[in-house]
Ligand binder design. Structure first.
Ligand SMILES: [Zn+2]
Ligand SMILES: [Zn+2]
Length: 246
């Protein structure tokens, strides 16, 4: 299993740090960041290989790159190895709306030659999705939205039954103990360090008895890793371009 962090930052990109987004095994993109196509190419990944997009939730910093990805897949369609449409998985409440808005933004009515094939899979937290070679389990993250209400947001576990390999990512979440259950003994937990304090992410990794913790969705200089490692020694700050093989 191979994870490439194409972005690790918070809500808006910085020079040298794209917004949090990563690629699993070359064909699953988790959240879009702002500039996913450019960043995938920069780190040696081919955006045309992306078959699945998992949107952990539908805050802007997690889907802003969707029109860009769809347009790239169309523009380079002759080189696409897979003939199946892009599968877009995300929280049920607004997923269809965001995909439709992305297509409208690309003016598909005015440019009828632009055909953007997608297979949209709205998931209520708690539901499972079976991909061609993986299983995606989800629980509700604890994520407050702009208006003070709760955002429908997913924390996810991906398992490849053929190799029994798996990993877990939190999406945006405040400290949320049920995540430790989902991440029980996981080889890799990728945890938000913006809505959770880094020490709280370490606490979840400790409760889960995870093998490794990677922090994302934060500015590196804002995190005191020594404090984090006092709670959970096998904690790392993810950096843009970092590749982790499990
Ligand atoms: Zn969010
Ligand atoms: Zn976010």
């Amino acid at each position: 299993m191979k994870i490439v962090f194409i972005g690790t930052g918070a809500c808006t990109p910085e020079i040298g740090q794209e917004v949090a987004s990563f690629v699993i095994n070359g064909n699953i993109l988790v959240d879009t960041g702002w500039c996913n196509v450019l960043k995938m190419r920069e780190y040696g990944l081919d955006p045309m290989d992306i078959r699945y997009l998992i949107l952990t939730h539908l805050h802007q910093d997690h889907y802003l790159g969707l029109p860009q990805l769809l347009f790239y897949l169309w523009a380079h369609r002759v080189s696409r190895k897979s003939v199946s449409p892009l599968v877009i998985i995300g929280p049920s409440q607004h997923l269809n709306e965001i995909v439709a808005a992305s297509k409208a933004f690309l003016q598909i009515k005015r440019f009828s030659e632009i055909v953007l094939e997608t297979d949209v899979v709205p998931l209520v937290p708690g539901k499972t999705y079976k991909g061609a070679d993986f299983v995606l389990e989800t629980i509700a993250a604890k994520h407050f939205s702009g208006g003070g209400g709760m955002e429908e947001a997913l924390s996810c576990k991906i398992t490849y039954p053929s190799t029994a390999q798996s990993m877990v990512f939190s999406g945006d979440t405040s400290f949320h103990p049920p995540l430790a259950e989902l991440a029980r003994k996981t080889p890799m937990l990728i945890h938000d360090a913006c809505h959770s304090a880094p020490a709280e992410a370490a606490r979840i990794a400790q409760m889960a008895d995870a093998e490794r913790l990677y922090l994302i969705h934060c500015q590196e200089k804002a995190v005191m890793m020594d404090d984090v490692r006092r709670i959970f020694p096998r904690a790392f700050m993810a950096r843009d371009g970092l590749t982790v093989e499990l």
